[in-house]
Design a protein around this ligand. Sequence first.
Ligand code: TYM
Length: 332
Amino acid sequence: MTRIFSGVKPTGHLTLGNYLGAVRRWVEVDQHRADALFSIVDLHALTVEHDPARVRRLSRQAATLLLAAGLDPALCTVFVQSHVDEHTRLSYLLECTATDGELRRMIQYKEKSVRALASGESVRFSLLSYPVLMAADILAYRTDEVPVGEDQTQHVELTRDLAVRFNQRYGHTFSVPKAVRPPVAARVMDLQDPTSKMGKSHESAAGIVHLLDDADVVRKKIMRAVTDSGQEVEYDREGQPGVANLLEILAGCVAEDPAALAGAYTSYGALKRATAEAVIELLRPLRERHTVLASDPGHVDAVLKEGAERARGKARPVVDAAYRAAGLLPAG
Ligand code: TYM
Protein backbone atom coordinates (compact mmCIF):
# COMPACT_ATOMS: atom_id res chain seq x y z
CA MET A 1 0.00 0.00 0.00
CA THR A 2 1.20 3.49 -0.81
CA ARG A 3 2.64 5.28 2.23
CA ILE A 4 2.03 9.02 2.53
CA PHE A 5 3.60 11.46 4.97
CA SER A 6 3.11 15.18 5.32
CA GLY A 7 3.23 17.80 8.02
CA VAL A 8 2.45 21.30 9.13
CA LYS A 9 4.62 23.49 11.30
CA PRO A 10 3.06 25.31 14.29
CA THR A 11 4.80 28.66 13.76
CA GLY A 12 1.57 30.60 13.28
CA HIS A 13 -2.15 30.19 12.71
CA LEU A 14 -2.90 27.95 9.74
CA THR A 15 -3.71 29.80 6.54
CA LEU A 16 -5.77 29.39 3.40
CA GLY A 17 -2.46 28.59 1.67
CA ASN A 18 -1.91 25.61 3.97
CA TYR A 19 -5.45 24.46 3.35
CA LEU A 20 -5.59 24.78 -0.44
CA GLY A 21 -1.97 23.76 -0.97
CA ALA A 22 -1.94 20.73 1.30
CA VAL A 23 -4.53 19.96 3.99
CA ARG A 24 -7.57 19.81 1.75
CA ARG A 25 -6.03 17.10 -0.38
CA TRP A 26 -4.98 15.11 2.70
CA VAL A 27 -8.61 15.11 3.78
CA GLU A 28 -10.38 14.58 0.48
CA VAL A 29 -7.99 12.23 -1.29
CA ASP A 30 -4.93 11.01 0.57
CA GLN A 31 -6.38 9.53 3.75
CA HIS A 32 -8.76 7.40 1.65
CA ARG A 33 -6.26 5.94 -0.77
CA ALA A 34 -3.13 5.21 1.23
CA ASP A 35 -1.55 4.49 4.59
CA ALA A 36 -1.25 8.16 5.47
CA LEU A 37 0.47 9.93 8.34
CA PHE A 38 0.04 13.63 9.08
CA SER A 39 2.14 15.34 11.68
CA ILE A 40 2.21 18.60 13.58
CA VAL A 41 5.93 19.06 13.16
CA ASP A 42 6.60 21.03 16.32
CA LEU A 43 10.39 20.58 16.42
CA HIS A 44 10.59 22.62 13.22
CA ALA A 45 8.93 25.52 15.04
CA LEU A 46 12.00 25.90 17.25
CA THR A 47 14.32 26.82 14.39
CA VAL A 48 13.47 30.52 14.72
CA GLU A 49 12.89 32.73 17.78
CA HIS A 50 9.91 31.23 19.55
CA ASP A 51 7.75 31.58 22.61
CA PRO A 52 7.31 28.15 24.26
CA ALA A 53 3.74 28.82 25.42
CA ARG A 54 2.76 29.96 21.91
CA VAL A 55 4.24 26.91 20.23
CA ARG A 56 2.32 24.70 22.65
CA ARG A 57 -0.91 26.57 21.94
CA LEU A 58 -0.41 26.55 18.19
CA SER A 59 0.43 22.83 18.18
CA ARG A 60 -2.84 21.97 19.85
CA GLN A 61 -4.70 24.39 17.61
CA ALA A 62 -3.14 22.87 14.48
CA ALA A 63 -4.10 19.37 15.61
CA THR A 64 -7.65 20.53 16.32
CA LEU A 65 -7.86 22.21 12.92
CA LEU A 66 -6.62 19.13 11.07
CA LEU A 67 -9.35 17.07 12.71
CA ALA A 68 -11.90 19.83 12.08
CA ALA A 69 -10.87 19.88 8.43
CA GLY A 70 -11.80 16.21 8.26
CA LEU A 71 -8.75 14.07 8.95
CA ASP A 72 -10.26 10.93 10.45
CA PRO A 73 -8.13 8.96 12.94
CA ALA A 74 -9.94 5.83 11.79
CA LEU A 75 -8.46 6.35 8.32
CA CYS A 76 -5.08 7.96 8.95
CA THR A 77 -2.52 8.68 11.66
CA VAL A 78 -2.39 12.17 13.18
CA PHE A 79 0.40 12.87 15.64
CA VAL A 80 2.90 15.36 17.03
CA GLN A 81 6.45 14.99 15.74
CA SER A 82 8.18 15.45 19.12
CA HIS A 83 6.19 12.52 20.53
CA VAL A 84 8.03 10.12 18.25
CA ASP A 85 11.79 9.99 18.98
CA GLU A 86 12.56 8.23 15.71
CA HIS A 87 12.53 11.54 13.83
CA THR A 88 15.49 13.02 15.71
CA ARG A 89 17.22 9.64 15.89
CA LEU A 90 17.18 9.36 12.13
CA SER A 91 17.98 13.01 11.61
CA TYR A 92 21.50 12.50 12.97
CA LEU A 93 22.23 9.72 10.48
CA LEU A 94 21.04 11.97 7.69
CA GLU A 95 23.24 14.81 8.95
CA CYS A 96 26.05 12.35 8.33
CA THR A 97 24.72 11.89 4.80
CA ALA A 98 24.00 15.51 3.79
CA THR A 99 26.69 18.04 2.97
CA ASP A 100 27.14 21.55 4.28
CA GLY A 101 27.04 22.90 0.71
CA GLU A 102 23.70 21.38 -0.21
CA LEU A 103 22.05 22.67 2.97
CA ARG A 104 23.36 26.20 2.39
CA ARG A 105 21.76 26.15 -1.06
CA MET A 106 18.23 25.75 0.34
CA ILE A 107 16.12 28.77 -0.62
CA GLN A 108 14.19 28.85 2.65
CA TYR A 109 17.44 28.83 4.63
CA LYS A 110 18.79 31.72 2.59
CA GLU A 111 15.59 33.77 2.95
CA LYS A 112 14.98 33.08 6.62
CA SER A 113 18.59 33.56 7.70
CA VAL A 114 18.69 36.96 5.98
CA ARG A 115 15.41 37.90 7.67
CA ALA A 116 16.66 36.80 11.11
CA LEU A 117 19.89 38.76 10.79
CA ALA A 118 18.02 41.85 9.54
CA SER A 119 15.85 41.87 12.65
CA GLY A 120 18.87 41.53 14.91
CA GLU A 121 18.36 37.86 15.73
CA SER A 122 21.01 35.23 15.50
CA VAL A 123 20.55 32.37 13.03
CA ARG A 124 19.96 29.11 14.84
CA PHE A 125 22.04 26.19 13.63
CA SER A 126 18.80 24.18 13.39
CA LEU A 127 17.61 26.53 10.63
CA LEU A 128 20.41 25.13 8.48
CA SER A 129 19.79 21.51 9.48
CA TYR A 130 15.98 21.87 9.21
CA PRO A 131 15.69 20.10 5.82
CA VAL A 132 17.61 17.13 7.24
CA LEU A 133 15.04 16.73 10.01
CA MET A 134 12.34 17.09 7.38
CA ALA A 135 14.00 14.33 5.36
CA ALA A 136 14.04 12.18 8.50
CA ASP A 137 10.30 12.85 9.02
CA ILE A 138 9.67 11.46 5.57
CA LEU A 139 12.21 8.66 5.30
CA ALA A 140 11.46 7.17 8.75
CA TYR A 141 8.19 5.88 7.32
CA ARG A 142 9.49 4.58 3.96
CA THR A 143 7.19 7.18 2.46
CA ASP A 144 6.26 6.99 -1.22
CA GLU A 145 4.43 10.30 -1.60
CA VAL A 146 4.64 13.67 0.11
CA PRO A 147 1.62 15.88 -0.63
CA VAL A 148 2.83 19.47 -0.22
CA GLY A 149 2.55 22.96 -1.67
CA GLU A 150 5.07 24.21 -4.21
CA ASP A 151 7.34 25.85 -1.62
CA GLN A 152 8.43 22.44 -0.29
CA THR A 153 9.68 21.11 -3.64
CA GLN A 154 13.35 21.79 -2.96
CA HIS A 155 13.19 20.11 0.45
CA VAL A 156 11.60 16.99 -1.00
CA GLU A 157 14.26 16.94 -3.74
CA LEU A 158 16.94 16.99 -1.05
CA THR A 159 15.12 14.17 0.76
CA ARG A 160 15.26 12.10 -2.43
CA ASP A 161 18.98 12.80 -2.84
CA LEU A 162 19.68 11.75 0.75
CA ALA A 163 17.64 8.55 0.39
CA VAL A 164 19.46 7.58 -2.79
CA ARG A 165 22.88 8.39 -1.32
CA PHE A 166 22.21 6.47 1.89
CA ASN A 167 20.89 3.46 -0.03
CA GLN A 168 23.91 3.46 -2.33
CA ARG A 169 26.37 3.64 0.54
CA TYR A 170 24.80 1.26 3.01
CA GLY A 171 22.35 -0.91 1.09
CA HIS A 172 18.69 -0.41 0.32
CA THR A 173 17.02 1.07 3.42
CA PHE A 174 14.67 3.88 2.36
CA SER A 175 11.99 4.35 -0.26
CA VAL A 176 12.69 7.32 -2.52
CA PRO A 177 9.66 9.59 -2.07
CA LYS A 178 8.14 12.02 -4.52
CA ALA A 179 6.38 15.33 -3.92
CA VAL A 180 2.76 15.54 -4.99
CA ARG A 181 1.25 18.98 -5.54
CA PRO A 182 -2.39 20.00 -5.99
CA PRO A 183 -3.46 20.85 -9.57
CA VAL A 184 -4.30 24.45 -8.59
CA ALA A 185 -3.38 26.72 -5.68
CA ALA A 186 -0.05 24.98 -5.06
CA ARG A 187 1.32 28.42 -4.24
CA VAL A 188 -1.24 30.83 -2.80
CA MET A 189 0.19 34.33 -2.67
CA ASP A 190 -0.16 37.08 -0.06
CA LEU A 191 -3.22 39.23 -0.86
CA GLN A 192 -1.29 42.45 -0.17
CA ASP A 193 1.86 41.33 -1.96
CA PRO A 194 0.98 38.83 -4.66
CA THR A 195 4.64 38.28 -5.52
CA SER A 196 5.33 36.60 -2.19
CA LYS A 197 3.83 33.46 -0.68
CA MET A 198 0.95 33.65 1.79
CA GLY A 199 2.88 32.55 4.88
CA LYS A 200 1.88 32.01 8.51
CA SER A 201 4.42 34.33 10.00
CA HIS A 202 4.30 37.48 7.89
CA GLU A 203 4.49 40.72 9.89
CA SER A 204 1.15 41.98 8.59
CA ALA A 205 -1.95 39.77 8.63
CA ALA A 206 -3.80 41.95 6.08
CA GLY A 207 -2.79 39.75 3.16
CA ILE A 208 -3.26 36.42 4.94
CA VAL A 209 -6.52 34.55 5.33
CA HIS A 210 -6.35 32.43 8.47
CA LEU A 211 -8.57 29.37 8.70
CA LEU A 212 -10.15 30.72 11.87
CA ASP A 213 -10.85 34.23 10.55
CA ASP A 214 -14.56 34.93 10.73
CA ALA A 215 -16.60 35.64 7.60
CA ASP A 216 -16.40 39.44 7.90
CA VAL A 217 -12.64 39.41 8.27
CA VAL A 218 -12.24 37.07 5.29
CA ARG A 219 -14.49 39.29 3.17
CA LYS A 220 -12.60 42.44 4.15
CA LYS A 221 -9.18 40.92 3.42
CA ILE A 222 -10.21 39.63 0.01
CA MET A 223 -12.08 42.79 -1.02
CA ARG A 224 -8.92 44.79 -0.15
CA ALA A 225 -6.60 42.46 -2.06
CA VAL A 226 -4.09 44.24 -4.26
CA THR A 227 -5.04 43.84 -7.91
CA ASP A 228 -3.24 44.97 -11.02
CA SER A 229 -3.33 48.09 -13.15
CA GLY A 230 -5.19 46.51 -16.10
CA GLN A 231 -8.97 46.23 -16.45
CA GLU A 232 -9.43 42.78 -17.93
CA VAL A 233 -9.78 39.69 -15.78
CA GLU A 234 -7.09 37.45 -17.24
CA TYR A 235 -5.17 34.53 -15.84
CA ASP A 236 -1.62 35.81 -16.27
CA ARG A 237 0.67 34.97 -13.33
CA GLU A 238 3.50 37.20 -14.57
CA GLY A 239 1.58 40.17 -15.89
CA GLN A 240 -1.35 40.19 -13.43
CA PRO A 241 -0.16 38.43 -10.26
CA GLY A 242 -2.90 39.86 -8.01
CA VAL A 243 -5.77 38.81 -10.27
CA ALA A 244 -4.14 35.45 -11.03
CA ASN A 245 -3.88 34.78 -7.29
CA LEU A 246 -7.60 35.49 -6.77
CA LEU A 247 -8.43 33.23 -9.73
CA GLU A 248 -6.28 30.45 -8.26
CA ILE A 249 -7.93 30.79 -4.86
CA LEU A 250 -11.40 30.75 -6.41
CA ALA A 251 -10.44 27.81 -8.64
CA GLY A 252 -9.08 25.97 -5.60
CA CYS A 253 -12.34 26.53 -3.72
CA VAL A 254 -14.67 25.44 -6.50
CA ALA A 255 -12.36 22.86 -8.12
CA GLU A 256 -12.21 24.50 -11.53
CA ASP A 257 -9.59 25.80 -13.89
CA PRO A 258 -8.41 29.38 -13.16
CA ALA A 259 -8.02 30.32 -16.83
CA ALA A 260 -11.56 29.12 -17.59
CA LEU A 261 -12.95 31.05 -14.61
CA ALA A 262 -11.36 34.29 -15.79
CA GLY A 263 -13.84 34.53 -18.66
CA ALA A 264 -16.79 34.58 -16.24
CA TYR A 265 -15.84 37.94 -14.66
CA THR A 266 -15.85 41.36 -16.26
CA SER A 267 -14.56 43.35 -13.28
CA TYR A 268 -12.08 42.93 -10.44
CA GLY A 269 -14.83 43.77 -7.95
CA ALA A 270 -17.03 40.90 -9.13
CA LEU A 271 -14.08 38.50 -9.01
CA LYS A 272 -13.25 39.59 -5.46
CA ARG A 273 -16.85 39.19 -4.31
CA ALA A 274 -17.09 35.70 -5.79
CA THR A 275 -13.74 34.70 -4.31
CA ALA A 276 -14.64 36.01 -0.86
CA GLU A 277 -17.94 34.12 -0.81
CA ALA A 278 -16.31 30.91 -2.07
CA VAL A 279 -13.64 31.06 0.65
CA ILE A 280 -16.22 31.81 3.35
CA GLU A 281 -18.32 28.81 2.26
CA LEU A 282 -15.26 26.58 2.07
CA LEU A 283 -14.14 27.47 5.59
CA ARG A 284 -17.54 27.61 7.28
CA PRO A 285 -17.87 23.89 8.17
CA LEU A 286 -14.25 23.74 9.26
CA ARG A 287 -14.70 26.65 11.66
CA GLU A 288 -17.89 25.15 13.05
CA ARG A 289 -16.26 21.78 13.70
CA HIS A 290 -13.26 23.53 15.22
CA THR A 291 -15.48 25.22 17.81
CA VAL A 292 -16.93 21.85 18.84
CA LEU A 293 -13.56 20.07 18.96
CA ALA A 294 -11.82 22.91 20.79
CA SER A 295 -14.26 22.48 23.66
CA ASP A 296 -13.03 18.89 24.11
CA PRO A 297 -9.21 19.03 24.29
CA GLY A 298 -9.21 15.61 25.98
CA HIS A 299 -10.45 14.06 22.74
CA VAL A 300 -7.74 15.77 20.68
CA ASP A 301 -5.07 14.65 23.16
CA ALA A 302 -6.33 11.07 22.98
CA VAL A 303 -6.16 11.11 19.17
CA LEU A 304 -2.59 12.44 19.31
CA LYS A 305 -1.53 9.85 21.88
CA GLU A 306 -2.83 6.98 19.81
CA GLY A 307 -1.40 8.51 16.65
CA ALA A 308 2.07 8.73 18.22
CA GLU A 309 1.92 5.08 19.26
CA ARG A 310 0.98 4.02 15.75
CA ALA A 311 3.63 6.24 14.18
CA ARG A 312 6.32 4.92 16.53
CA GLY A 313 5.44 1.36 15.57
CA LYS A 314 5.92 2.17 11.90
CA ALA A 315 9.10 4.24 12.21
CA ARG A 316 11.01 2.15 14.75
CA PRO A 317 11.94 -0.80 12.50
CA VAL A 318 12.97 1.52 9.65
CA VAL A 319 15.22 3.64 11.85
CA ASP A 320 16.68 0.55 13.54
CA ALA A 321 17.49 -0.85 10.10
CA ALA A 322 19.16 2.44 9.12
CA TYR A 323 21.30 2.39 12.30
CA ARG A 324 22.44 -1.15 11.59
CA ALA A 325 23.12 -0.38 7.93
CA ALA A 326 25.30 2.60 8.86
CA GLY A 327 27.50 0.41 11.05
CA LEU A 328 26.16 1.08 14.54
CA LEU A 329 26.26 -1.87 16.90
CA PRO A 330 22.77 -3.13 17.80
CA ALA A 331 21.89 -2.51 21.46
CA GLY A 332 21.17 -6.21 21.92
P1 TYM B 1 4.35 24.64 6.40
O1 TYM B 1 3.90 24.45 7.81
O2 TYM B 1 4.97 25.94 6.04
O3 TYM B 1 3.14 24.39 5.43
C1 TYM B 1 2.32 23.24 5.51
C2 TYM B 1 1.87 22.85 4.12
O4 TYM B 1 1.17 23.92 3.50
C3 TYM B 1 1.77 24.26 2.25
N1 TYM B 1 1.71 25.71 2.06
C4 TYM B 1 1.19 26.31 1.00
N2 TYM B 1 0.62 25.82 -0.12
C5 TYM B 1 0.18 26.71 -1.04
N3 TYM B 1 0.27 28.05 -0.87
C6 TYM B 1 0.83 28.59 0.24
N4 TYM B 1 0.90 29.90 0.40
C7 TYM B 1 1.32 27.69 1.23
N5 TYM B 1 1.92 27.88 2.44
C8 TYM B 1 2.16 26.65 2.92
C9 TYM B 1 3.21 23.79 2.37
O5 TYM B 1 3.79 23.55 1.10
C10 TYM B 1 3.05 22.52 3.18
O6 TYM B 1 2.71 21.43 2.36
N6 TYM B 1 8.71 22.18 6.01
C11 TYM B 1 7.25 22.04 6.05
C12 TYM B 1 6.75 21.15 7.17
C13 TYM B 1 7.34 19.79 7.17
C14 TYM B 1 6.99 18.73 6.29
C15 TYM B 1 7.77 17.61 6.72
C16 TYM B 1 6.14 18.63 5.19
C17 TYM B 1 8.25 19.31 8.05
N7 TYM B 1 8.52 18.00 7.79
C18 TYM B 1 7.72 16.40 6.05
C19 TYM B 1 6.07 17.40 4.52
C20 TYM B 1 6.85 16.31 4.96
C21 TYM B 1 6.64 23.40 6.25
O7 TYM B 1 7.28 24.30 6.69
O8 TYM B 1 5.31 23.44 5.98
